[in-house]
Each structure stands twice: as structure tokens, then as C-alpha cells.
Design a protein around this ligand. Structure first.
Ligand code: UT7
Length: 331
């Protein structure tokens, strides 16, 4: 019997309306538009301001759009995976709230925590669930309310991150297209080069942790930049080599949107021209688990059935990985 393959059959998204520009940030911290644009490629990012709304809300909106575009009744979903590091609660999982709000009464749901690689890990997990033959329809969501864990007096982090969500529906592929291969890596970051110090079981929230501003992202930007550039470039080349892909065979690179300089360095290592590289970091910043599906959504009308696409990400953990797929949706 031929091996079952999964495919992306639909894409949805959600970004909040509120735009936080570099000029707005100039009023908040000692920075300037030129520095941010040349060092990161970011001009603005979206921020979720509505009280009572957070990651579950954005995930639900993105998931709803993906299901509507596919014409799928939520009750037909077998599973929902939400990749996030900014869940609504420590528990229950954000995906459980999404399952209820979508009316996906026959789906089981769980969250996956792999920071900026969350969507890659979730997509490969969802793909394996379909490949097993046990599940037919899996909704994979990458969603983060980064503004909830940002210190807006720290210029080294507040300029980078934004809020957003993207979703893809995975189904069984019935042709040669679909998810062909993936590679995932982890190397535990005991030095804490990129982390949120408090709020977990090691340092639960106390008056002191709040006063010390430990419930926000801390990073050694320069060290992370180096690791991210190497990790994403290595894993992208690794997946190309093991699938005998040359630069000419690749139609699109969809890199995690952490920094435009990182994206450019990876494209150079893969010998890809800029026209083949998706980047919307200028308008959304780094939305952590949402960057890759937000790119797929923005470019979906330009993608052709059968296009070879490489997705790559690097994030806290450290985690990194890459997915090779042939685009399945017919335009
Ligand atoms: O997805 C994974 C998550 N994180 C990342 O991928 C982050 C990866 N790292 C980066 O993107 C970059 O390291 C940053 C954007 C965070 C920083 O850019 P950089 O080119 O590595 O700057 P730097 O940290 O080497 O700092 C250069 C200078 C410093 O001043 P001095 O020491 O040279 O006088 C900083 O204090 O720039 C200063 N600086 C700023 N100046 C204006 C740092 N942040 C800012 C700022 N505005 N926002």
C-alpha cells in the first residue's frame, strides 16, 4: 500500500487592527526608525489591545478562516494543535478553548511549546498524525500574543515582536503534492540566552518576580542572532540535500521572520534570489509561532500547485527545523 501523505488544504490568519510603528516606539524608548529598519527590517507590528482577548481569540479567528475557505464543518476535525509560548492560561491548553469556540466537538486538542519553531514542530506533528492513517483532518495553528510578555521599556526586545496567528488545515493528499519531508532539532539552552525567567514552576509569580520584571522575554540578542542564522541555514541546506533539491528546484523559501538580516543570510546559503523568499517582517515583526503561516497566507494567491516550498525556523529552546512540501492547493 502506498504511504499516506498529508497536505495543506487551506490557510487562515488573524492580525489585530492596532499598528505599533517604529515612530510610536521612538516615543517609548531610546531608539529610532532608521536603527530598527536597518538592524531588523521591521517598520511596524500589530498589537492585540482588546481587553478579554488573547491567543485563544486570535487562534480561533485564524482557524475559522482556514475552515471556511476549505468549506469544512468544524465537527469533522479530528485534532487541533496550537503552537504558542503565550497561552491564555498556564492551563487549560489554549487549543482546548479554540476547540470549544470553533465547535470542533469531535476533535481532541493540545498545545505545543517550541517558541519560534512552534509552527514547524506542530506542522510535522500534524503531518505524522495524518501519515499514520488514524486521523484525516488536523488543524495546525501558530499563534502568539507577544505583547503580553514584552517589557516596553526594554529597547532591545520591544522593537522586535508583534501579535498574530496563522492556521493551516491538514488533510490526506491524493496526488504527488503535500508534505514530503521534515527535519527538527533541539539543543537545550541551559545558559538562558532566550527565555522568560519567571511564571513557571521554578520561579512562580511573586511580588519580587513582578517587581524584578521577570515575566517578560530576556535575550542575548547577538548570541541568538548567530545561533539562529547558523541553525536555520544549516537545516535548510540539510533538507535540500537529503531531497536532492538544487536552488533552481525551490520555488519559495518561507523563513521564520526574526530579523531581515537572518533571512537574507539564509537565502544566500541556499543560493536563492530575493524574489523566491517570503518576507513580511516589515509589517508584522516577529510574531513567534505565527510568522510562517502568516507568510503562507499573504502569498497564497501566488503559489502554484506543485511548487517546491521550504519552511525553516529557529527559536527559543533552542529549537529549529525545516519542512519540505509541494504546494497542494490549486488556484
Ligand atoms: O526568533 C528568535 C528570537 N530572537 C531573535 O531572533 C533575535 C536575534 N537577534 C537580533 O535580531 C539582533 O541581535 C537584535 C535586533 C536584537 C539587535 O541587533 P544587533 O545588530 O545585534 O545589535 P546589538 O545588540 O549588537 O547592539 C548594537 C548597539 C548597542 O549599542 P553599543 O553597545 O554599540 O553602543 C545597543 O545598545 O545598538 C544598541 N541598541 C539599540 N539602539 C537603538 C540595541 N537596541 C537598540 C534599539 N535602538 N532598539
Amino acid at each position: 500500500m502506498a504511504q499516506i501523505k498529508s497536505k495543506i488544504s487551506s490557510v487562515g490568519h488573524y492580525v489585530p487592527d492596532h499598528v505599533l510603528t517604529n515612530h510610536d516606539l521612538e516615543q517609548m524608548v531610546e531608539t529610532n526608525d532608521e536603527w530598527i529598519r536597518t538592524r531588523t527590517g521591521i517598520s511596524e507590528r500589530r498589537i492585540l489591545k482588546d481587553p478579554g482577548k488573547a491567543t485563544a481569540f486570535m487562534s480561533t479567528e485564524a482557524g475559522k478562516e482556514a475552515l471556511e475557505l476549505a468549506g469544512l464543518d468544524p465537527a469533522e476535525l479530528d485534532a487541533i494543535i496550537v503552537a504558542t509560548v503565550t497561552p491564555d492560561y498556564m492551563f487549560p491548553a489554549t487549543s482546548c478553548l479554540v476547540q470549544n469556540r470553533l465547535g470542533a466537538r469531535n476533535a481532541f486538542a493540545f498545545d505545543l511549546s517550541a517558541a519560534c519553531s512552534g509552527f514547524i514542530y506542530a506542522l510535522s506533528t500534524g503531518s505524522m498524525m495524518i501519515e499514520s492513517g488514524r486521523y484525516k483532518k488536523v488543524l495546525v495553528i501558530g499563534s502568539d500574543t507577544m505583547s503580553s510578555i514584552i517589557d516596553y521599556t526594554d529597547r532591545t526586545t520591544c522593537i522586535i515582536f508583534g501579535d498574530g496567528a496563522g492556521a493551516v488545515l491538514l488533510e490526506t493528499s491524493d496526488d504527488e503534492t503535500g508534505i514530503i519531508d521534515f527535519v527538527n532539532h533541539t539543543e537545550g539552552d541551559e545558559e538562558c540566552l532566550l527565555y522568560q525567567p519567571a511564571g513557571g514552576s521554578l520561579h512562580p509569580a511573586t511580588e519580587d518576580t513582578v517587581k524584578a520584571k521577570q515575566h517578560v522575554i530576556m535575550q542575548d540578542g547577538r548570541a541568538v542572532f548567530k545561533r539562529a542564522t547558523e541553525g536555520m541555514a544549516d537545516v535548510s541546506v540539510e533538507i535540500m540535500e537529503r531531497n536532492n533539491l538544487k536552488a533552481d528546484d525551490v520555488a519559495w523559501l518561507v523563513p521564520h521572520q526574526a530579523n531581515k538580516r537572518i533571512i537574507d543570510a539564509i537565502a544566500r546559503r541556499m543560493e536563492l534570489p530575493e524574489e523566491k523568499v517570503m518576507s513580511n517582517i516589515h509589517k508584522f515583526g516577529n510574531t513567534t509561532a505565527a510568522t510562517i503561516p502568516l507568510c503562507l497566507y499573504d502569498w497564497k494567491d501566488q503559489l502554484a500547485h506543485g511548487d517546491n516550498i521550504i519552511l525553516s525556523a529557529f527559536g527559543g529552546g533552542f529549537t529549529w527545523g525545516s519542512v519540505y512540501l509541494k504546494w497542494s492547493i490549486k488556484s
